[in-house]
Design a protein around this ligand. Structure first.
Ligand code: ADP
Ligand code: MG
Length: 757
């Protein structure tokens, strides 16, 4: 069954060569009780370890069931240890911090046997320890411990039991009990027992081999039987992850405080990063939502002026002691002719999904007359702001800036609305023109339904010379002229908040806070078709300068010839266009769309646009990003430090658990299994510090948000996204696993005998 042929075991330590076994030749039967006797240092343990595959012979051959072990692989040895031999050691070699049951079960776990429970209980019954199976090993007496070891050796039902001085640490009474058990085992197994107690050996064993200085000096019953070589069945051993995690958990449980402190320390890095991410993400979200708000009130403005927001043209009068020549025609701020009908067509094709709304500021004048029951009055650009309402007014966010306080919005060219400021005020001169001399508050109903007459240029202006026109007399005749178009006030809009030029004005007028009359695009078209060919437009077209109208020259009002033509109704090219993007992304898309239009255009044909939302937030976001990056870098250092710490903890654990590694190896655990045990320790520490860190972060965030609220007035700014939380837990787990790899590798490479020392 077992044959040793010329076995030599030589230990080499530096220059010291020690021959522990010298040409040992032995042959064992299938079942016998062999005692190996010899003085201390004679090589008994070495012999037993070589037979059990805990140590490897230097020369010769070990033949198991007729099969040479010369070219056994690591995994062959692992399963040989696991299923062919059972070890009983002088110092028991049990895992102290798990139960009796688990110790015995471990051997089965490695062999992958199902129905473990009944086997374990049977083995424990055989040694009389069934009652103690749920006790921890460290609660047992020496004799009980040795019985557990025997049960563990037997549970796999191996062919060979190897016992190294099994009674060496026991009193004589207990020794006898143990010997009885071993004797019983030897009835159907090969038992090889090392002892220096000759009396015990003689009393119990069937064969006594004496060894001295590594050589066999006597054998009471040599057995000579050459076995035919048989196929040695290799049954792979394998430890499940569950067993590995169970072992680690048990180990961690024995040092709770240390594990807790380690997890706490290593979670600090995670807490730091999580807090920084939460706060910076929170602020970024705030900036984003602010940006979104801003976008609806900060349009992209395309204009025929260099800068529509500066009332003062850019003139640098450095020397104020002289006079500067200045002409409206080369007005340095005016960029006539950039907004063309070509561009308007291009703008029409802009994808609607980027847009909230577009509004046009037109110069087209409307010559309107009112009759207040007493007198006829003019209402035009000189007396009230006339504005074209965006056609999608109802669907755009502009609507949010206005309240319809009475009536409805205009839908036809005949319909107009009166627009009040945010305090329901309308310019007194306008109310006078509509209703007569107004001294008190006016009912909405008095205004609703009021009629206005739109007069064509040819009726409104009278030609004096080619370049000079005067307004016709305002009277009943002009008011009732059959060419007039009758308009009606159908609603009253109210501006919600006091705006300035850029914000809250809803975009369809330069000036807010004053009363206006709003009309439809259809009315603009009507005015153009009826005035395009009027005499005054022709004169203006042909004139080199500005035509005088009604005694007032446009020149004095700072208007160029092109502007004058538009005002008179030659075309409806807007003077300025307000584009309200739907969101930030839409804004970028619109800007690149505008840039595409400018591509390849000469400098004086390029459109000028102004993006007022741009400057607001991009800077603060960049600064926030930079600060967050630096802070995250700092916390990453603490993360690295904690990983190193975990590496050290696992290394210490490896050293502490060297014996356990030896036991596992003796039971047939593979390198991989040992790696698994320590990797799962890293996994457990990593996971728990990750989860712990996130937990602490959540608590700290309450505090952080409280402080932020009191500092900034913003609620719940810092929020840890679950995405980041999971990512950070994975990160710390990966780091601890990595940190644990080196000590785990050291552990897995340990030789069973070395580890058991
Ligand atoms: P026994 O069990 O009979 O007391 P051992 O088998 O333990 O003796 O040791 C036999 C010899 O081998 C002794 O001289 C011992 O010093 C030596 N020896 C055992 N293990 C090693 C080792 N790992 N390295 C070097 N020498 C060893
Ligand atoms: Mg020994």
């Amino acid at each position: 069954m077992l044959t040793l042929k010329n076995i030599k075991k030589i230990y080499k330590n530096n220059d010291l060569v020690n021959v522990a076994l010298n040409n040992v030749n032995l042959n064992f039967k299938k079942s016998e009780f062999v005692s190996i006797l010899g003085p201390s240092g004679s090589g008994k343990t070495t012999l037993l370890n070589v037979i059990g595959g805990l140590d490897y012979y230097t020369k010769g051959d070990l033949i198991i069931n007729g099969k040479s072990t010369k070219d056994f692989t690591d995994s062959n040895w692992d399963c040989y240890r696991n299923s062919c031999v059972g070890f009983i050691f002088q110092n028991y070699n049990l895992i102290e911090n798990i139960t009796v049951y688990k110790n015995v079960e471990l051997s089965l776990s490695l062999s992958g046997i199902k129905n473990k429970k009944s086997l374990v209980i049977k083995a424990l019954k055989n040694v009389g320890l069934k009652k103690e199976m749920n006790k921890k090993v460290n609660e047992l007496s020496g004799g009980q411990k040795q019985r557990v070891a025997i049960a563990r050796a037997l549970v796999n039902d191996p062919d060979i039991i190897l016992a190294d001085e099994p009674t060496g640490a026991l009193d004589s009474k207990t020794s006898t009990q143990i010997m009885e058990i071993i004797k019983k085992i030897s009835s159907d197994k090969l038992v090889i027992m090392v002892t220096h107690n000759e009396a015990l050996a003689k009393q119990y064993s069937s064969r006594i081999i004496k060894i001295k200085d590594g050589s066999i000096i006597s054998d009471s019953r040599p057995f000579i039987d050459e076995e035919k070589p048989r196929e040695f069945k290799i049954k792979k051993t394998k430890m499940s992850y569950l067993t590995a995690i169970m072992l680690s958990l048990n180990n961690i449980r024995t040092k709770k405080v240390r594990t807790f402190l380690t997890s706490l320390a290593s979670s600090i890095g995670i807490i730091g990063i999580a807090l920084i991410l939460s706060v910076s993400n929170g602020f970024k979200k705030q900036i984003d939502s602010y940006e979104k708000d801003a976008i609806s009130s900060f349009p992209i403005i395309i204009t025929n002026q260099k800068n529509p927001l500066t009332a003062d043209y850019e003139i640098n009068n450095e020397d104020a002691s002289s006079i500067y020549p200045y002409s409206n025609d080369d007005n340095s701020n005016a960029l006539n002719g950039r907004i063309t009908s070509d561009f308007l067509n291009y703008l029409d094709k802009l994808n609607d999904k980027y847009l909230d709304s577009i509004s046009y500021y037109r110069l087209n004048n409307l010559n309107m007359l009112t009759f207040n029951g007493n007198s006829y009055n003019t209402l035009n650009n000189e007396t009230i702001n006339l504005v074209e309402l965006p056609s999608n007014f109802n669907n755009s966010s502009l609507k949010e800036n206005y309240d319809l306080i009475k009536g409805k919005l205009p839908t036809k060219s005949e319909e107009v609305v009166l627009i009040t400021d945010n305090k329901n005020r309308v310019d007194k001169s306008v109310l006078d023109a509509l209703l007569g001399n107004v001294t008190n508050n006016v009912n909405f109903d008095d205004i609703l339904g009021k009629e206005l007459k739109l007069i064509n240029n040819d009726d409104f202006y009278e030609k004096i010379t080619d370049d000079v026109y005067v307004k016709n007399v305002i009277n009943k005749n002009l008011y009732e002229n059959k060419n007039n178009k009758t308009l009606r006030i159908v609603g009253i809009l109210k501006e919600k908040s006091e705006g300035d030029i850029t914000q809250n004005n809803g975009g369809f007028s330069f000036v807010s806070g004053v009363s206006k009359i709003g009309y439809t695009k259809e009315l603009t078209n009507y005015v153009i078709t009826h005035n395009r060919n009027s005499k005054i437009v022709k004169s203006q077209t042909n004139s080199m300068g500005i035509v005088f109208m009604g005694g007032i020259g446009f020149k004095t009002a700072g208007i160029t010839k092109d502007m004058a033509l538009t005002m008179l109704g030659l075309d409806n090219v807007p003077y300025a266009i307000y584009i309200y993007p739907r969101d930030f992304n839409g804004k970028d898309k619109i800007i690149s769309y505008l840039n595409k239009y400018n591509d390849g255009k000469s400098a004086n044909q390029k459109l000028i646009y102004h993006d007022y939302s741009k400057e607001i937030s991009s800077l603060s976001k960049k600064i926030l990003d930079a600060i967050a990056t630096i802070l995250i870098l700092f916390s990453s250092i603490s993360l690295v430090a904690s990983s190193i710490m975990i590496g050290i903890i696992i290394y210490v654990s490896v050293i502490e658990r060297t014996k356990e590694i030896g036991i596992l190896k003796a039971l047939g655990a593979r390198k991989k299994d040992i790696l698994r045990v320590f990797n799962s320790e890293g996994l457990i520490i990593g996971l728990s510090s990750g989860i712990f860190g996130i937990f602490i972060t959540k608590i700290l965030l309450v505090l952080v948000n409280y402080v932020l609220t009191s500092l900034t007035g913003l609620n719940n700014v810092a929020i840890l996204s679950s995405y980041h939380a999971v990512l950070l837990i994975i990160l710390i787990t990966a780091l601890t696993l990595t940190a644990g790899i080196i000590p785990s590798l050291i552990a897995s490479k340990k030789q069973p005998v070395e580890a058991l020392k």
